[in-house]
Design a protein around this ligand. Structure first.
Ligand SMILES: Cc1cc2nc3c(=O)[nH]c(=O)nc-3n(C[C@H](O)[C@H](O)[C@H](O)COP(=O)(O)OP(=O)(O)OC[C@H]3O[C@@H](n4cnc5c(N)ncnc54)[C@H](O)[C@@H]3O)c2cc1C
Length: 471
């Protein structure tokens, strides 16, 4: 443990609270307020955080006001857009919630959008699809634009147009000492390099401009096969993706559908292997790519279809309501028979009983992600071929601990086939603090630590990735 930066516990006095309230247009909440329990909640209900104070910011001035107050009061700051990817719970710090900062401005001619810190992807999707453009969102439209983008951001347009972080034109942010800055290729370019992949450790993003792409009608969905065919499906998938164009981003999933009413009856409580994805070129070409699967075997369910890109969230159909989850992941070198056997043995239900995991998804990467120079931004692991995501629902702290341990054992068994790197967006909680160095090349991590020393030497911004300032 690094003992250089010990958490400070600073109770907020009534006088301090009264001092901040008039300076904030949004809401200031302390533990004695009735709204406290609702306001401290994250989307991931496994997070149980107890901030010293919560500021729900109405705009940039509130962010500056809250930061300056935190500096004066000796409080650390935790930023939360939605709470989908909490790295460190906001215990005893000032929780700065951006969810009310919702402005979106689309420039259809320039194919860009300016989005404020509290915007979710689904909100950008709606505004941009209205003019035939698409942002680089991920599998869930409920995830926040800023948190997702700071960690990389790999979605269904990823192999064609790259990571969300590669499509940022500039960030606007408030530094840990309360200064307003802009970071782009030409202004504060060191910060711009670090924010793209390095997470929210260097400042509080208040807004950013992103590039948009001309995508409106796509071909996507799920081919669902019985688990008994899993080995053959994996083997076919492994061959299939060697010849697919970048317009196709796909994944192969072992899915254990929970026995809950929200799941359609024909899937409820059962396990399957699924070939999932989205083709963003001409739809006839997408249909032709899928034909080889249909000619091979009739699936249990064929859900690939022509759809407006606005419906991209239906491909993974992830829960929108707050849910208690544990998420982890790893980069894989290859999809060998041993990897397939290990995943089937551990993730599918079997002699060990039902699996604690809802899914193990292996996303095919490469394409535009791999074509960007590894030096262009802090983001690491551009050369890995497959991104593994393991996720389970964890209604109690005990279930969370057990799942984290179980997922750890799976990764241990897969170790010979892993690159050793991690994708920071798919980690959360303690693991994302502990494994941060594996998210980057050694050179990039050193550069991030120096950047942290320059922009946040006291490590006041605690919710970003756990990058310790160079001393
Ligand atoms: C259901 C689900 C689906 C997902 N799908 C994908 C996917 O397809 N692809 C992918 O790449 N990832 C995916 N993720 C991971 C997701 O990108 C991360 O969890 C991401 O951190 C969420 O960002 P957020 O802003 O919604 O969450 P938050 O928990 O609010 O924020 C996450 C992190 O970003 C920082 N942050 C947020 N806002 C700011 C700000 N204004 N300034 C500075 N720092 C800030 C926070 O401090 C925190 O460290 C998914 C996660 C879930 C739960």
């Amino acid at each position: 443990m690094n003992t250089a930066y010990v958490e400070t516990v600073m109770p907020i006095s009534m006088a301090q609270k009264l001092q901040l309230r008039p300076a904030i247009q949004g809401t200031v909440i302390t533990p004695d307020d009735p709204q406290y329990d609702e306001a401290r909640q994250a989307w991931n209900l496994s997070v149980d955080q107890h901030p010293a104070m919560i500021v729900i910011a109405a705009g940039v001035e509130d962010v500056v006001g809250a930061v300056r107050f935190a500096v004066q009061a000796g409080l650390n700051i935790t930023v939360q857009g939605t709470g989908h990817g909490v790295v460190r719970p906001a215990n005893d710090s000032l929780l700065l919630v951006t969810s009310k900062m919702k402005t979106i401005r689309v420039d259809a001619a320039a194919q860009t959008a300016w989005v404020e810190a509290g915007v979710k992807w689904g909100e950008v999707l709606e505004k941009t699809q209205a003019v035939g453009l698409a942002p680089l969102l991920g599998s869930s439209p409920d995830v926040g634009v800023v948190g997702y983008t700071l960690g990389g951001g790999y979605g269904w347009l990823g192999r064609k147009y790259g990571l969300a972080t590669d499509s940022v034109r500039f960030f606007e942010l408030v530094t840990a000492d309360g200064r307003l800055l802009r970071a782009s290729e030409t202004e504060n370019s060191d910060l711009f390099w670090g924010l793209r992949g390095g997470g929210g450790s260097f400042g509080i993003i208040t807004g950013m401009e992103i590039k948009l792409y001309p995508v409106s009608t796509v071909y996507g969905g799920n081919l669902i096969y019985p688990l008994s065919m899993a080995k053959e499906v994996y083997a076919r998938y492994r061959t299939w993706i060697t010849s697919v164009p970048d317009e196709l981003t796909s994944s192969i999933v072992i899915m254990n559908y929970p026995p809950i009413p929200e799941i359609p009856e024909f899937l409820r409580g059962q396990s399957f292997v699924i070939v999932r994805g989205l083709y963003c070129g001409p739809v006839e070409e997408g249909e032709a790519l899928l034909q080889s699967w249909r000619d091979w075997q009739t699936p249990y369910f064929d859900g690939w279809r022509v759809m407006p890109f606005s419906e991209v969230g239906t491909v993974s159909a992830e829960p929108l309501d707050p849910t208690p989850i544990h998420s982890t992941g790893a980069w894989l070198r290859e999809l060998s028979d041993e990897v397939i056997d290990t995943l089937l043995r551990t993730v599918a239900p079997g002699s060990h009983g039902p699996s604690p995991l809802i899914f193990a998804e292996m996303r095919h990467v490469g394409g535009a992600v791999a074509r960007v120079s590894p030096q262009a931004s802090a983001y690491g692991n551009r050369d890995a071929a497959f991104l593994l995501h393991l996720l389970g629902v964890t209604p109690t702290p005990e279930a969370y601990r057990q799942l984290a341990q179980y997922a750890g054992q799976i990764k241990e068994q897969l170790r010979p086939y892993l690159t050793g790197g991690v994708y920071m967006n798919f980690l959360e909680g303690e693991e994302s603090q502990r494994r941060v160095e594996s998210g980057y090349s050694p050179e990039a991590y050193q550069r991030l630590a120096a950047l942290k020393a320059a922009y946040d030497p006291d490590n006041r911004l605690r919710s970003g990735f756990n990058i310790q300032p160079t001393r």
